[in-house]
Write a protein that binds this ligand. Structure first.
Ligand SMILES: *Cc1c(COP(=O)(O)O)cnc(C)c1O
Length: 358
């Protein structure tokens, strides 16, 4: 029998979360962000689950967009990082991919192309990763007009740096900067909102929002879990208890002997570790669950296993299923314990862990 360490993917939760995003987006439509293999949930299955609801998908790169086509879906797909070579533009035309162009080099490929896709322009309003500065847009526009490519421009995209913090003034500043920068083209579309922006009161989302993490039930907001925001967890990561023992007072557990029992303690070993994508930085006291009851990790996470405290679940037995995250323990809590965010944990579940769709 196969090792029962699995990620159960709840496609109904993903649909629920998408519908919530859609409602929260108001008049904007929500393109479903399914990059990084659907945030670790499997891009094909996720794209299929959203096929009826979502009018558009968004991914980071061409390979991911092709996976959507290979899954038999024909929706437009936005490429959030544009393309990496001129030849890719031709594929975009034929496949209905919409690259978000962010650099002079990408524009040069566009002018040199005979076949030009519909595309977006990325505007840098303060994130300072990618995009044209507001004052550069007029020049970019004249270049597009001169090449006869202006009619392929769908609109403008920008990205927020601090939307996960509701009180942070930077989001309003970026929004204002974006409004001013794009005001000369009122007939074109605009897109600003990642998941977090859906939760900011009064935040304009224009024609298209771009929810990612919230589709999977992960929290986009600092200090809040997805459950607290009304999201349903789309992944339950589970593994079997493969051994139980009592460690005596004074004995330690695991590499580095970082946890020592202060009294005799019944503990268990769980068949999952950082080789499966469970974060090694999650230390003693990180929550897990058995049968809906919360337990805690003990000591260091190894590559293929980790130790848990069974004091609070005396009836737990070898073969029982341990939830590492899911309905009882939010991935956001585990992430906080590991000094990271749910995004990293969800996208980091390795290929060794089968995804089971239900
Ligand atoms: C990944 C990404 C998103 C989605 O962000 P979430 O925080 O996961 O909602 C939106 N826009 C861009 C440009 C992205 O790269």
């Amino acid at each position: 029998m196969a090792r029962p360490t699995v990620a159960r993917i709840h496609l109904e939760a993903i649909s629920h979360n998408y519908r919530l995003a859609s409602r929260m987006a108001g008049d904007a439509r929500a393109m479903a962000v399914v990059k990084a293999d659907g945030y670790g949930h499997g891009i094909r299955a996720v794209a299929h689950a959203l096929a009826e609801d979502a009018g558009k998908y968004a991914v980071a790169c061409l390979e991911e967009a092709r996976a959507i086509r290979e899954a038999g879906l024909t929706h437009p797909v936005a490429l959030l990082q544009g393309v990496h070579q001129q030849a890719d533009l031709k594929d975009c035309v034929h496949e209905d991919f919409e690259p978000v162009l962010h650099s002079p080099a990408q524009l040069a490929w566009l002018s040199a192309s005979t076949e030009v896709p519909r595309f977006w322009l990325k505007v840098n309003t303060g994130m300072n990763r990618l995009g044209f500065r507001p004052e550069e847009l007029a020049g970019v526009w004249s270049g597009l007009k001169a090449a006869g490519h202006d009619s392929n421009l769908l609109g403008f995209v920008t990205h927020f740096a601090c939307a996960d913090q509701p009180g942070n003034p930077m989001t309003a500043q970026q929004t204002q900067c974006f409004e001013q920068a794009t005001a000369p083209w009122p007939e074109l579309m605009r897109s600003v909102g990642n998941s977090a922006a859906h939760f900011l009161e009064g935040q304009p989302l224009y024609q298209w929002s771009r929810p990612g993490i919230m589709l999977y039930g992960g929290s986009p907001m600092e200090g809040k879990t997805g459950l607290e925001l009304g999201l349903k967890p789309a992944m339950t990561l589970e593994a079997p208890l493969i051994a139980t023992r009592t460690v005596r007072a004074g004995e330690s557990v695991g590499y580095g002997a970082t946890w020592t029992a202060d009294k005799d303690t019944r503990m268990g070993m769980v068949a999952i570790g950082y080789g499966d994508g469970y974060p090694r930085h999650a230390g003693t006291d990180t929550p897990a669950a058995i049968g809906g009851r919360r337990i805690r990790l003990l000591g260091r996470v190894s590559m293929d296993m980790l130790a848990v405290d069974l004091s609070s679940v005396p009836d737990a037995r070898e073969g029982d299923t341990v939830e590492l995250w899911g309905d009882t323990v939010s991935v956001d809590e585990v992430a906080t314990c590991a000094g990271t965010i749910g995004y990293e944990l969800l996208t980091g579940v390795t290929a060794r862990v089968p995804r089971i769709y239900q």
